[in-house]
Design a protein around this ligand. Structure first.
Ligand SMILES: NC(=O)c1ccc[n+]([C@@H]2O[C@H](COP(=O)([O-])OP(=O)(O)OC[C@H]3O[C@@H](n4cnc5c(N)ncnc54)[C@H](OP(=O)(O)O)[C@@H]3O)[C@@H](O)[C@H]2O)c1
Ligand SMILES: *[C@@H]1O[C@H](CO)[C@@H](O)[C@H](O)[C@H]1NC(C)=O
Ligand SMILES: *[C@@H]1O[C@H](CO)[C@@H](O)[C@H](O)[C@H]1NC(C)=O
Length: 373
């Protein structure tokens, strides 16, 4: 008991705890941007694809069974990912649920099926913080597409899986687990699945679920040690708030950089990239925090009127997934097809390039490591 009280005390009086308090200001700032947009009438109204997405047809070899468009969602077993999976299955997508627990995956699958008998679903167990697991997923996905006689392509990838960790717990490669799950894993997955996205006969899309907390990330360094989070293991206290902000900033810088790179190469003109910020939603994201901290956070946001259900939070993700093909490089926030601007740092060209290069180096290293095993 004494130990818990002491821990609680140390937690509340730590710098990183108060830093998290600042996040609420970033959230309020984002909502102010929405209101400003409304007042000045510059809200972008997304033309969504209508209630049903048009299935792929026509240009595909008729021998290959005509099928629903395929959407891969990571972290689909809880919170925002699950809510997004539900909506996209309803819109007529064949939804690939990606999660780390096979138990939770089958439960989620059952749950969606029980509410929507028409839903077409498939699940894969993947640990987004393990590169070996990601490499394996790519092959299993390709194998499954071929076995099911589906066209070797996917239409949407939603990088949603993410954690808010309060300790480093290095991965087998020595990476910081939070940075690996929230950034390096999705980076590798996106790069590996890009050929399938490019192979789609209709415009395809990558959606990254980022966060308003990116606004606080200071201009970090983007060398290998920072991007892999290796340096956090050398610190005697885990900078959890800063590491979370950093991982979300990286994901965002990447969205924009990938957007720019895809625009430059003509052949891939139809893969668009969009970032989605769900605001604050009541999910299991704070599961590692002491329960009273989580309760305080929920109460605080509720008082401000900013606490959303996972379904409400997932609106911006669904908006991003279904936005018209010509939209790319945008930052969706607040649902109803609305977008705002992300931080200036996140739009910095040089930082985006630097991060891209470092991430590619890391991916090469990882590929070497796992090919030699
Ligand atoms: N909730 C918010 O207020 C908020 C705000 C801004 C951004 N976000 C972002 O939204 C995303 C979804 O979060 P959430 O709020 O829905 O949290 P959540 O309820 O904790 O869901 C996270 C999902 O990610 C999965 N996951 C975690 N680590 C994984 C790994 N290593 N490999 C594969 N899957 C893994 C979890 O699987 P298990 O079910 O097996 O645990 C779960 O399905 C995150 O990227 C988060 O940063 C959330
Ligand atoms: C793209 O699709 C064609 C069939 O339309 C297939 O032959 C090719 O292998 C696919 N490419 C990839 C990278 O899967
Ligand atoms: C999403 O994140 C991945 C990995 O971080 C990155 O490769 C990609 O460019 C990003 N795309 C979007 C749309 O955010």
């Amino acid at each position: 008991m004494m130990k818990e009280v002491k821990e609680a005390f140390l937690f509340v009086f730590s710098y990183h705890f108060w830093r998290m308090g600042l996040w609420s200001i970033a959230l309020v700032y984002s909502y102010l941007q929405l209101h400003k947009a409304r007042i000045f009438g510059s809200i972008y109204k997304a033309r969504l694809f209508g209630s049903k997405y048009t299935p792929i047809s026509g240009s595909i070899d008729p021998k290959i069974r005509s099928s629903r468009p395929i959407c891969v969602i990571t972290g689909a077993t809880s919170g925002l990912g699950k809510a997004t999976a539900f909506v996209l299955a309803e819109k007529g997508f064949h939804v690939i649920l990606v999660g780390r627990s096979s138990q939770l995956l089958s439960e989620t699958l059952e749950e969606i099926k029980s509410k929507n008998k028409d839903a077409q679903l498939k699940s894969f167990q993947v640990d987004m913080s393990s590169f070996e697991s990601i490499f394996k997923f790519k092959s299993s996905l390709e194998q499954w597409l071929s076995d099911a006689e589906l066209h070797p392509s996917i239409q949407i990838l939603v990088n949603n899986a993410g954690i808010m960790a309060i300790s480093s717990r290095p991965t087998t490669e020595g990476y910081d687990r939070m940075i690996a799950t929230n950034y390096v894993g999705p980076f590798c997955l996106t790069k590996l699945l890009l050929p399938l996205l490019k192979n789609s006969s209709v415009p395809s899309r990558v959606v990254n679920v980022t966060s308003f907390t990116h606004r606080y990330a200071s201009i970090g360094k983007f060398d290998k040690d920072s991007v892999s989070g290796v340096h956090t293991s050398t610190l005697n206290k885990y900078p959890y708030a800063r590491a979370y902000e950093y991982s979300k900033l990286c994901l965002l810088l990447f969205s924009y950089e990938l957007h720019r790179q895809l625009r430059l190469t003509d052949d891939s003109h139809h893969v668009s990239v969009i970032a989605a910020d769900p605001g604050f939603a009541k999910t299991k994201i704070m599961r590692e925090y002491p329960t009273y901290i989580t309760a305080m956070a929920f109460l605080g946001f509720k008082t401000l009127g900013l606490l959303q259900t996972p379904e409400e939070g997932a609106e911006s993700i669904v908006d991003a997934a279904l936005a018209p093909p010509e939209i790319s490089g945008a930052y969706y926030f607040g649902g109803k097809g609305r977008t705002i601007e992300s931080s200036k740092v996140s739009r910095d060209l040089k930082l985006g390039q630097q991060l891209w290069e470092t991430s590619c180096d890391l991916l090469n290293e990882l590929q070497h490591l796992h090919h030699n095993n």
